[in-house]
Every structure is written in C-alpha cells, then in structure tokens.
Design a protein around this ligand. Structure first.
Ligand code: ZN
Length: 135
C-alpha cells in the first residue's frame, strides 16, 4: 500500500516512464496550456483536485505507480500526492496503487534539464508518438 511519498529526479522518471504501469499526474493549473507538458501526463489541476480524485483513480486503473508534479513540485504537487494517499487510506482501498512519487523540481526543473516537453493540445495527451504537435 502506498503510504509514504518519495521524490524522484527527472532522470529517474525518464527511465520509469518506459514502464507501462506508471502514470504521471500534472497538477499545475492554467500553466499547462501554455508551458507544454511531459508526454503522456494526465492533467488534474490542483484547484479542483479534491473533487476529481475518484475520476483520477478510475483513470489510472491498472497503474501501480503515480508520479505527481506541478511547476516546481514544492506546494501543489506534494499536496495533491498527500491528498491521494489520504483518500486511499480513508476508503481503505489502495486501488492497486503501490508507489506515490513526486517529481523533484517539477515541470520547470524537468524542462531546465533538457528533458523532452510535449506541446500537443490533445486531452488526454497520447504521449511521444503524437504527430499533431503544435509549436
Ligand atoms: Zn502532449
């Protein structure tokens, strides 16, 4: 059961991303629409996160590792990760989620390290293979 939250670096996330059982949860608010995003990440804005938490759990059905991030992963990312852990604890069902992680330095750190940024307008983002990228 996921009970504690650990941090991963961008490089660690790059290798984790190759696994099919991982979901990346972007909890930034409106910045996502103009700053780009990590390919394949799901968008659950922090301002409505608590209301959408059951949708999120349905959407990540079958994934055992969730990686949260916001712009810097200092406030919104860890707060939403904590909300999810507490929610799972309250409903006494871990929904198969074993690891709850937070991306160190958030999206801004990811981009600053030169990791790939997706600028598609698809909801949800289909990942790296999209050919409909809009610069
Ligand atoms: Zn995308």
């Amino acid at each position: 059961m996921a009970r504690s939250i650990s941090y991963v670096t961008g490089s660690q996330l790059l290798s984790l991303k190759r696994r099919p059982n991982i979901a990346i949860i972007d909890v930034r608010d409106e910045e996502r629409s103009y700053d780009g995003h990590i390919a394949g990440s799901l968008h659950y804005a922090s301002d409505s996160f608590s209301d959408k938490i059951s949708n999120l759990i349905r959407e990540v059905n079958g994934k055992d590792t969730l990686v949260f991030h916001c712009a810097l992963s200092q406030v919104r990312g860890p707060t939403c990760a904590r909300k999810l852990v507490n929610y799972l604890k309250d409903v006494k069902d871990d929904a198969g989620i074993k690891n709850v992680l937070v991306l160190e330095r958030g999206f801004n750190g990811w981009e600053a390290s030169g990791h790939p940024v997706c600028r598609c307008n698809m909801k949800p983002c289909k990942g790296e293979s999209t050919s409909a990228e809009v610069a």
